[in-house]
Design a protein around this ligand. Structure first.
Ligand code: FES
Length: 122
């Protein structure tokens, strides 16, 4: 089980959602199931509309959920993945702060997911 806290100016207040570990659900799938309006379009890691900021709340045991190639390409195109982020991801197995909600799979970690509420095209 993981607690996912969604925060956005478009929400009246932060929303806490319990996600089932091992379900392989993405952040976007969890948000849609709970009626949380994370902007999205393609749902396939190509448009960049679903960018969210993810904070791992269990800091000492961050799980390295690796970027998919599509996610890497889109985040880089948006200027949201710099050299330091890449080194952290591929050398130290620490995921970057910005993720695509449609690509980032929820594990058993508690997360804070922040989003603007506006789509961000690549
Ligand atoms: S919805 Fe298009 S990249 Fe996630």
């Amino acid at each position: 089980m993981a607690n996912i806290y969604f925060s956005s100016p478009v929400l009246e207040k932060n929303r806490k959602v319990v996600a089932v570990a091992g379900s392989r659900d993405t952040i976007l799938k969890v948000a849609k199931r709970e009626g949380i309006p994370v902007p999205h379009d393609c749902e396939d890691g190509e448009c960049g509309n679903c960018v969210v900021r993810v904070t791992h709340l269990d800091g000492y045991r961050i799980k390295g959920v690796m970027l998919t190639p599509k996610e890497h390409a889109v985040l880089e195109k948006l200027g949201l993945l710099d050299e330091r982020d890449e080194e952290q991801a591929y050398v130290n197995d620490i995921p970057p702060v910005h993720r695509l909600a449609c690509q980032c799979v929820v594990t058993d970690e508690d997360l804070l997911v922040q989003f603007s509420g506006k789509p961000r095209n690549a």
